[in-house]
Design a protein around this ligand. Structure first.
Ligand code: HEM
Length: 129
C-alpha cells in the first residue's frame, strides 16, 4: 500500500508568484497568434473588398491605411503572422524529428523564435511607417 496523502499539503493560489517556463510561453503565444490571424482574415478580406469595389473605394481603403490605429493593427497582424509562422516551423521541425525534443533545445529554439520575431516585427514597423 502507498503512503497516505498528507492533508496539510502546500497550496499556491497566488498566480503572480507562478512563473511559466519559456517553452510554455512560446506555446501559449502560438495559440494566441493563431487566433489573432484567424480574426485578421475577416479584417483583411473586408479591406480588400472595399478597395476592389470601385475607384473611390480604393482611395477610401488607402485613406484608412494611413490612419495610425490601422497601421498599428496591421503591425500587430504582421507580428502575429511572423511569430505563428516561425513557431509553426519550430513545431514542424520537432514533429518530423529534425529537432531533438530536449528541454535544452526547446528553451534555445523558443528564444531563437522570440528573437527572430522581434527582428521581423521591427522590419514590419519600418515597412508600415
Ligand atoms: C492564416 C493562417 C493561419 C491561421 C489562422 C492559423 C491558426 C492556427 C490555430 C488557431 C492553431 C491552434 C493553436 C493551438 O491549438 O494551440 C494553429 C496551430 C498550428 N499552426 Fe497555424 N495558423 C495559420 C498559419 C500557419 C502557418 C503558416 C504555419 C506554419 C508555418 C502554421 C503552423 C501551425 C502548427 C504547426 C500548429 C500546431 C501547433 C500545436 O500543435 O501546438 N500555421 N494554427
Amino acid at each position: 500500500m502507498g503512503k497516505p496523502v498528507k492533508k496539510q499539503r502546500p497550496i499556491n493560489l497566488n498566480l503572480r508568484t507562478i512563473r511559466f517556463p519559456i517553452t510554455a510561453v512560446a506555446s501559449i503565444l502560438h495559440r494566441i497568434s493563431g487566433v489573432v490571424m484567424f480574426i485578421a482574415i475577416g479584417i483583411l478580406l473586408w479591406i480588400l473588398g472595399v478597395s476592389l469595389a470601385s475607384p473611390s473605394g480604393f482611395i477610401q481603403a488607402s485613406c484608412m491605411m494611413d490612419h495610425l490605429l490601422m497601421k498599428f493593427l496591421f503591425w500587430a497582424i504582421l507580428t502575429a503572422c511572423a511569430y505563428h509562422t516561425l513557431a509553426g516551423i519550430r513545431h514542424i521541425l520537432m514533429d518530423f524529428g529534425y529537432l531533438e525534443e530536449t528541454l535544452k533545445l526547446g528553451n534555445a529554439t523558443a528564444i531563437i523564435t522570440f528573437s527572430l520575431t522581434v527582428v521581423l516585427s521591427m522590419l514590419a514597423g519600418v515597412f508600415l511607417w
